[in-house]
Design a protein around this ligand. Structure first.
Ligand code: ATP
Ligand code: MG
Length: 230
C-alpha cells in the first residue's frame, strides 16, 4: 500500500483528546490537494502540533478519519507512512557523526553524489565546503559547530534526499541572520516543490507563500484562506 502516493491529505471531522473529556481538537476538517502547502498558525495550545501528531499517527483520533489519497491512515503500515510523510522538526535533529552521515540519515543507500546534489539544491553546499573537512566534518549532537540556520539547511538536505510526498515542517523560531534567512527561504521553495506540505509557520515569509493558511484557536479552525484573502 502507498507505494507511490499522490499526496492528497484529508482530515475528516477529527476530534482528539489527550485527556478524557478535554478535547484538543473539536471536529477539524481540512482538505488538501496533492502539492499544496498549508501553513498552520495560532496561539500556543491552539492545536498545531496535535494536527501534525495525528498525521504522523503518533496518536489516533477519538473520532473522524485522517486520509492520504483517500485511504484511512490507520490502514497503512507505519513503515509505509514514515517513508511517505517526512518530518522536519524545529529542534533539528543532528546526531554525532559526519555531515555526510547526517544528510544521509534514513536513506542509507544514497550515494555521495546524491548527498552533494541535495546539499547544493538547498544552499547548504557552500557552508559545508567551508568547514574544516567538508562533508567529512564531524559534528556533535549538541555541539556548536553549526549555527541554527545551518542546522536548518542540513535538515532540508536530509528531507530532500528522503523525498517524501508529504512534508511536515515545524519551522524554527530562532533568530537567523538576514543572509541565512534568504538562503532558507529559497531552499524551502525548492524543498516544497511538488510536495504536499504542512508547516507550523512562524516566519511571515513562509506564511505569505503558503497556498492556504489555517488559523487555529482552542482546537478549532477560526479562519482559512490564502494570504490575500485573510
Ligand atoms: P505551541 O505553539 O505552543 O506549540 P500548539 O498549537 O502546537 O502550541 P498543541 O501542542 O497542539 O498546541 O496543544 C493543543 C492542546 O493540547 C493544548 O491544550 C495542550 O495543553 C494539550 N496537549 C498537548 N500535548 C499534550 C500532551 N502530550 N498531553 C496532554 N495534553 C497535551
Ligand atoms: Mg506546537
Amino acid at each position: 500500500p502507498l507505494a507511490s502516493i499522490r499526496g492528497d491529505v484529508q482530515f475528516d471531522n477529527i476530534v482528539f483528546e489527550y485527556e478524557k473529556g478535554r478535547p484538543a481538537l473539536h471536529g477539524i476538517s481540512i482538505n488538501v490537494k496533492a502539492g499544496q502547502s498549508i501553513a498552520l498558525v495560532g496561539h500556543t495550545g491552539s492545536g498545531k502540533s496535535t494536527i501534525i501528531n495525528l498525521l504522523c499517527r503518533f496518536y489516533d483520533p477519538v473520532s473522524g478519519v485522517v486520509r492520504i489519497d483517500g485511504q484511512d491512515i490507520r490502514n497503512i503500515t507505519l513503515d509505509s507512512l514514515r517513508s511517505q510523510v517526512g518530518l522536519v522538526m524545529q529542534d533539528t535533529f543532528i546526531f554525532s557523526g559526519t555531515i555526510r552521515d547526517n544528510i544521509r540519515y534514513g536513506c542509507l543507500n544514497a550515494t555521495d553524489n546524491e548527498i552533494v546534489e541535495a546539499a547544493k539544491a538547498v544552499n547548504a553546499h557552500d557552508f559545508i565546503m567551508s568547514l574544516p573537512d567538508g562533508y567529512d566534518t564531524e559534528v556533535e549532537e549538541r555541539g556548536n559547530v553549526l549555527s541554527m540556520g545551518q542546522r536548518q539547511l542540513l535538515s532540508f538536505a536530509r528531507a530532500l534526499l528522503a523525498d517524501p510526498r508529504v512534508l511536515i515542517l515545524d519551522e524554527a523560531t530562532a533568530s537567523i541572520d538576514t543572509e541565512t534567512e534568504l538562503k532558507i527561504q529559497e531552499a524551502l521553495k525548492t524543498l516544497l516543490k511538488g510536495r504536499t506540505s504542512f508547516m507550523i509557520a512562524h516566519r511571515l515569509s513562509t506564511i505569505r507563500n503558503a497556498d492556504e493558511i489555517i488559523v487555529l484557536d482552542h482546537g478549532r479552525i477560526v479562519e482559512q484562506g490564502n494570504h490575500e484573502a485573510l
